[in-house]
Design a protein around this ligand. Structure first.
Ligand code: HDE
Length: 753
């Protein structure tokens, strides 16, 4: 061990960072846990901490008050080659506590023991009361410039690039819950603009359950697990949720979105995002417009099937975060366009008769086009999940000059809640000084002291007016780009606990959403309601929700009632005469397949040259090929990523069969529940199961050579979306075309119109 040459030692233990980057550029599947390649033997040579993986990013090294330091981001991480105390004193041993003899009690004086255990005892912080489970990534937002006419916000000026951190989340489950539950998803973006941070705290659904923030504890208490047994985790298929939403009918619109395919996204990369509320923009001239924010994914909006979602909860509960990080690592950077719907800022605050302050309503895109104003690219994964994804703190009041709020009563309540919640979750009022939350703009706030104060404020006069600090800091005016509180006129009115009458319509837009769905999407919604209400215990709750469904649409109500074995009630309100909005449907268009996963079933005795060509072609198409073989290790010089024992259909967007592998030694057809049909088979039964599941989930399946016989044995040959090709290249081309539509729904004619 040569401790005088740590850099040299690094080389001996791990590949250098540049070699690793070269590796990452060569076709390789994502998922390597670290930046070095470990040796079998335990390393013995001290060296500096390994560099982050090439795809990892970290918050800039700003000071707590927003100044650039110029230090590399790894300066925030561990330093040096030797183990130290938190004060930097080098330690001789961390495996044995200091005892009164080898068999004696631990000594009170063991400061290292106490420091290590005490810190460990306090590693957890309260999880978010909602949106506890999330995954974050760094990226960059580039403005197109066309919003300059309506807002003075500098980061929306043409060509401006702004660093961002995005956190996606589920709402209901705890931090350890599964990713693919049926739920709304959070889509929160922190724009580190040079005029102050802007947080766009959005969801993947454009409406919310309630119209007034004071109801938030009610809906969340109803949707969270029952207080006595704490079940079910991370889902709405239970009595308290349906009890609340069937009584509080303004929740019906959001409930329908949750029951639609939007509730089970294929990926964070294939979700839309919505600011929900109406915001107010103000331009250089002081003119205002009202807007709704939209995120449009480059890959289109796609979902899992319900069976896939359920299977994934067991097979890969981290499916969405893995997909996000693997896509970034593979270079298939997730992309969205930010768009705005723009409405005139009239005293009524309505558009086409729709109340813009009612968060249970949308404005159909056919009535107000979504105008793209910039592009978001996520291109770096976090270096440390806790420091970044867990400690990031969003707040609707983080607004730059040019963006202001409206009187939406939900938005107004959120303006209070987000700071309040961070005080407990992040342990005090200085959460803005945590590295991931540090602004990229100069901070001069006169806020002082408090737990975990990282800044070292100079000056003696943190008050205004003062003369002792020469009057600093000074209020800014328009010329200095001060934040604009738009002087909106508030109509003289009595103080009341009441909603405007326009908030009373709870059904017309729910019907609009239902009627905008394609037949296959309607079928999924019917099944989702039937499942969720079927999981409720109380008959009264099912009947009450059926009444709500009758007020949305008779077909929806009848079909769900049939599944529940209950009579379908008649509507109690006139069915609204609405114009469907085709933009709400997810099917019927074509999208790129970047970063999608293609499983390739390999027979070690089959056409391995063909497999190598197809594997490369999948890489070249910007997708990730995973070889599925009877055993691990290598096949034909290629690494095997999944075996028949470890792989499962739900991981793949499409499957290619490059052979008809015979049953492997570990296949036990008669009793292995993964083995599929019993009895002697020419093909490994788990391959047949894979094909059957992919077929049921409407995925494209291609085969060539001996692989074609697998299609026949699985009984799927000749059905829509099944490709029997003459070569691997031909099979891949056909499968790629099918993947553009996401699923082969023609395989399953819908039972409703
Ligand atoms: Fe939130 N919400 N929310 N919410 N919300 C939180 O803030 C709250 C609402 C949303 O990844 C909490 O830091 C109230 C709508 C996202 O860190 C909390 C109301 C929308 C996230 C809170 C709402 C959202 C949160 C919990 C009713 C979509 C995750 C932890 C007025 C537009 C952010 C935290 C992240 C998180 C309160 C309604 C989106 C408690 C009171 C509507 C994406 O402050």
């Amino acid at each position: 061990m040569d401790s005088s040459k740590p850099a040299e030692a690094v080389k001996n233990v791990v590949k250098s960072a540049s070699e690793k980057i070269a590796d990452a550029l060569s076709p390789d599947v994502p998922g390597a846990p670290g930046s070095g390649t470990p040796t079998v033997e335990e390393p013995t040579t001290p060296h500096d901490p390994l560099p982050p993986k090439p795809e990892q990013g970290a918050p800039q090294t700003r000071t707590p008050t927003g100044a650039e330091t110029g230090a590399p981001t790894i300066a925030n991480g561990q330093q040096g080659a030797y183990l130290t105390t938190s004060q930097g004193a080098r330690l001789r041993d961390t495996d044995h506590s200091l005892k009164a003899g080898p068999r004696g009690p631990i000594l009170m004086q063991d400061h290292h023991f106490r420091e290590k255990i005490t810190h460990f005892d306090h590693e957890r912080i309260p999880e978010r009361v909602v949106h506890a489970r999330g995954a974050g990534a760094h990226g960059v937002f580039t403005a197109y410039g066309n919003a300059e006419a309506v807002t003075r916000a500098g980061f929306l000026k043409k060509g401006r690039e702004t660093e961002v951190f995005v956190r996606f989340s589920t709402v209901l489950g705890s931090r350890g819950s599964a990713d693919t539950v049926r739920d709304t998803r959070g889509f929160a973006t922190k724009f580190y603009t040079d005029e102050g941070t802007f947080d766009l705290v959005a969801n993947n659904m454009p409406v919310f359950f309630i119209q007034d923030a004071i109801k938030f504890p009610d809906i969340i208490h109803a949707a969270k697990p029952h207080p006595d047994r704490e079940i079910p985790q991370a889902q709405s298929a239970h009595d308290t949720f349906w009890d609340f939403v069937s009584l509080h009918t303004e929740a019906q619109h959001h409930a329908l979105w949750n029951m639609s395919d939007r509730g089970i996204p294929r990926s964070y990369r294939t979700m839309e995002g919505f600011g929900v509320h109406t915001f107010r923009l103000v331009n250089e001239a002081g003119e205002t417009v009202l807007v709704k924010f939209h995120w449009k994914p480059k890959l289109g909006v796609h979902s899992l099937t319900w069976e896939e979602a359920q299977m994934l909860n067991g097979i890969d509960p981290d499916f969405h975060r893995r997909d996000l990080y693997d896509a970034i690592e593979a270079g298939a950077y997730p992309e969205w366009e930010l768009g705005i719907q723009v409405f005139p800022d009239t005293p009524e605050e309505t558009f086409a008769g729709i109340d813009l302050l009612d968060p249970t309503k949308i404005v159909p895109e056919e009535l107000a086009e979504v105008q793209p104003i910039g592009k978001l690219v996520l291109n770096r994964t976090p270096t440390n999940f806790f420091a970044e994804t867990e400690q990031v703190a969003f707040h609707l009041g983080h607004l730059p000059p040019g963006i202001d709020v409206t009187n939406d009563p939900l938005l107004q309540g959120r303006l209070f809640s987000y700071v309040d919640t961070q005080l407990t979750r992040l342990g005090g009022p200085n959460f803005s000084q945590i590295p991931i939350n540090r602004p990229h703009a100069a901070v001069n706030d006169m806020l002082r002291d408090g737990f975990h104060q990282h800044a070292v404020h100079a000056g003696v006069a943190p008050y205004r007016p003062n003369s002792l600090d020469g009057g600093n800091p000074f209020p800014a005016g328009d010329a200095e780009n001060a934040f604009v509180d738009v002087p909106v006129t508030v109509t003289q009115a009595p103080k009341v606990r009441a909603n405007p009458a326009s908030f009373d319509d709870h059904y017309s837009q729910v019907r609009l959403f239902w009627l905008s769905m394609s037949p296959v999407e309607k079928e999924h919604i019917i099944r989702a309601y039937t499942f969720e209400l079927g999981k409720c215990y109380e008959q009264a709750i099912k009947e009450r929700q059926l009444q709500c469904l009758a007020n949305i649409d008779p077909v929806l109500c009848e079909q769900v009632a049939t599944g529940l074995g209950l009579p379908a009630p008649q509507p109690t309100v006139p069915l609204a005469d609405v114009t469907p909005s085709p933009a709400l449907s997810q099917v019927g268009r074509e999208w790129p397949a970047d970063g999608r996963t293609v499983g390739i079933v390999v027979d070690p005795d089959g056409d391995l040259d063909g497999v190598a060509e197809v594997r490369q072609a999948v890489f070249d198409a910007g997708m990730v090929p995973l070889l599925i073989a009877p055993h691990g290790g290598m096949v034909g010089g290629m690494p095997v990523q999944r075996t028949f024992a470890t792989g499962r259909s739900v991981e793949f967007d499409a499957v290619l069969l490059a052979g008809a592998p015979a049953p492997a030694p570990d296949a036990i057809p008669a009793r292995d529940d993964k083995a599929g049909r019993p009895g002697p088979a020419a093909v490994d039964p788990r391959v047949l199961l894979l094909v059957e599941e992919c077929w049921r989930h409407a995925k494209a399946i291609g085969a060539w050579g001996a692989g074609v016989t697998v299609l026949e044995q699985a009984g799927v040959a000749g059905t829509p979306g099944i490709v029997a090709a003459g070569s691997g290249a031909e099979a891949l081309t056909a499968v790629q075309q099918l993947m553009a539509a996401h699923r082969v729904w023609e395989r399953f004619p819908a039972s409703v119109a």
